[in-house]
Design a protein around this ligand. Structure first.
Ligand code: PEP
Ligand code: MG
Length: 555
């Protein structure tokens, strides 16, 4: 089908910002034939060495791309390449593939394909965007090895040879594909699969390529050479736009560049209202890969580091030393800024982590109300103590705080404090890090006065507080209309928590999504919040908005 000059448009996940107006070229990507053959026993050694050579060639691909990134401002693409390179060299994957070749007498392609599919299928049961995106990592690694084994590349990538910007559309792009497109002068890409948490997107943002993902059916709808607009802010694509529409989007692109320049001016400023009231803006982080970029956003500390994501980057449970090394790297990267590590919040909407942690599947009929957060940790005290010991050891590298998830009873905080003190005594550490409770369960709000007496700080997790208060599952699309931040039940709960914290003389933060919404900034500041913690990209817009507000304390 030739789409000629009929306007066609669609929506997709806005993954990497910017607007590109140019021509589109499709790449035929996706599955390529994978030969599956039984082999004679005497061929096993040859197939194993073919596999090992394919891994070595894939590693060389990564090293070549790495070389092109030296000198780039953003370190993230490098970190993604390094983490995928590590996955390639994963001893467990190699062991399983080699075992499969030898024990089943099958060729290397078949063994690799089967192992990758096995690992990827584990991710299908997961209701968590971040972890689902890790499935594409393992598939990308598999594609790379298979492309060396079979001689097929999963996508033949074009280069831009014209002045006019080129947008490439395909089924899926690996981080290496993205880097190759970037080096070949391609301005943006749009894919049918994938979403905002994919590593390909982190790379795209790092090199400044505009990208949309999850554009279902685009490959059938557009033809090579069609004019295209992709809008990485609004998650919108338009093929064959009218000249008037192009003019409109050019103006929009120009305006965005101005806004971006304007926001950068706030990166080096402290967060204050127009009349000088400070409201600290901190970052919510979960991955080491975000660290280099974090400082560029002018953060004033890390208000929430979701440590459970450490489990998603290793197959085994992290040892005390792995925890320690990780936290130490975070502390060093933050160069003296305060960092709040939340104890692993496993369970609830993170079933795979639960399985990895406990060794068995979630059996609870309602995991959100089951063994999650501090409840699970108190059932696995050995593991909690390993994490506490690692945090205590890392606390000598700066201002470290510990946050406890899913607290619903005073006894839970008392027990964590008791164990923290015991671990500190064993390690000979006399200065305990500040210990705080997440206020994310309505019961915690109701007992906030008693909790405040044994806590050093509070942090309100509105994502869960709203779900539990309004009895609306945060991940269930069908009740999304009930998950309503404007519900009158919410504000009094926030006020009650702030009152309890300040009566006890402890600071209170907010680290749920609500903290990132500029419509709430004035109210939260006037209520008395001491800090707000949010995703990196929200910090500068909220700081700019804050600078236009006047502080009018509520009481
Ligand atoms: C929250 O519940 O608001 C929160 C910040 O924690 P998470 O989203 O990790 O549950
Ligand atoms: Mg929560």
């Amino acid at each position: 089908m030739n789409s000629s000059d009929v306007l066609i448009q669609g929506r997709a996940a806005a993954c990497s910002p910017g607007i590109v107006i140019g021509k589109i070229q499709k790449v035929s990507s996706g599955e390529f034939p994978i030969p599956e053959r039984h082999i004679e026993a005497e061929r096993v050694a040859t197939e194993i060495s073919r596999f090992e050579q394919a891994v070595a060639d894939s590693v060389a691909d990564f090293d070549r791309e790495r070389h092109h990134l030296i000198g780039l401002d953003s370190q993230e693409p490098l970190h993604i390449l390094d983490s995928q390179r590590l996955m390639l060299l994963d001893a467990d994957l190699a062991r399983k593939v080699i075992h499969s070749i030898g024990s089943e007498c099958i060729n290397a392609e078949w063994a690799v394909h089967r192992q990758i599919q096995d690992i990827a299928s584990v991710f299908d049961r997961i209701n968590d965007d971040y972890l689902r995106a890790r499935k594409s990592d393992i598939q990308h690694i598999g594609q790379r090895i298979l492309s060396h084994l079979t001689g097929f590349d999963h996508a033949v990538l074009p280069a831009n040879t014209n002045e006019e910007p080129l947008v490439v559309a395909g089924e899926d792009f690996t981080p290496i594909d993205v880097l190759r497109l970037w080096r070949r002068g391609v301005a943006g890409f749009i894919s049918e699969k994938g979403g905002p948490s994919s590593h390909s997107i982190i790379v795209a943002r790092g090199v400044g390529m505009t990208a949309l993902m999850g554009a279902d059916g685009i490959l059938r709808q557009v033809s090579d050479g069609d004019r295209i607009i992709i809008d990485g802010e609004q998650g919108l694509w338009l093929a064959n736009p009218s000249p008037a529409t192009e003019v409109e989007f050019r103006a929009l692109a120009h305006g965005m560049q101005n806004i971006e320049r304007d926001l950068q001016a706030y990166a080096g400023l402290a967060s204050r209202s127009s009349d000088g009231h400070p409201l600290r803006l901190m970052a919510n982080l979960e991955l080491e890969e975000e660290l280099p970029q974090a400082r560029e956003h002018g953060i004033e500390g890390v208000g929430l580091y979701r440590t459970e994501f450490l489990l998603s980057v290793s197959e085994k449970l992290p040892s005390e030393d792995m925890h320690y090394q990780h936290y130490t790297r975070v502390m060093h990267a933050m160069q003296g800024l305060p960092v709040t590590f939340r104890l692993m919040d496993i369970g609830g909407e993170k079933p795979l982590l639960f399985e990895q942690f406990t060794g068995h599947r979630v059996v609870a009929t309602n995991p959100a109300l089951g063994l999650r957060g501090i409840r699970l940790l108190l059932h696995n005290e050995g593991m909690m103590q390993e994490q506490l010991r690692a945090l205590l050891r890392a606390s000598v590298h700066g201002e470290l705080q510990i946050l406890v998830p899913m607290v619903s009873r005073v006894e839970e905080m008392q027990e964590v404090r008791r164990q923290l003190t015991t671990c500190a005594d064993e390690l000979g550490i006399t200065k305990l890090p500040a210990l705080g409770a997440m206020i994310e369960v309505p019961a915690a709000v109701m007992i906030a006065d008693s909790l405040a007496e044994i806590c050093d700080f509070f942090s309100i997790g509105t994502n869960d507080l709203i779900q539990y208060t309004l009895a609306a599952d945060r991940a269930d699309e069908e009740v999304a209309y009930l998950y309503d931040t404007a519900h009158p039940a919410l504000e009094p709960m926030l006020r009650q928590s702030v009152r309890a914290a300040h009566k006890a003389g402890i600071p209170i933060a907010m680290c749920g999504e609500l903290a990132a919404d500029p419509k709430w900034t004035e109210l939260l500041m006037n209520m008395g919040f001491d800090s707000l913690s949010m995703g990196l990209h929200h910090i500068l817009p909220v700081r700019k908005h804050l600078a236009s507000l006047n502080y009018r304390p509520d009481n």
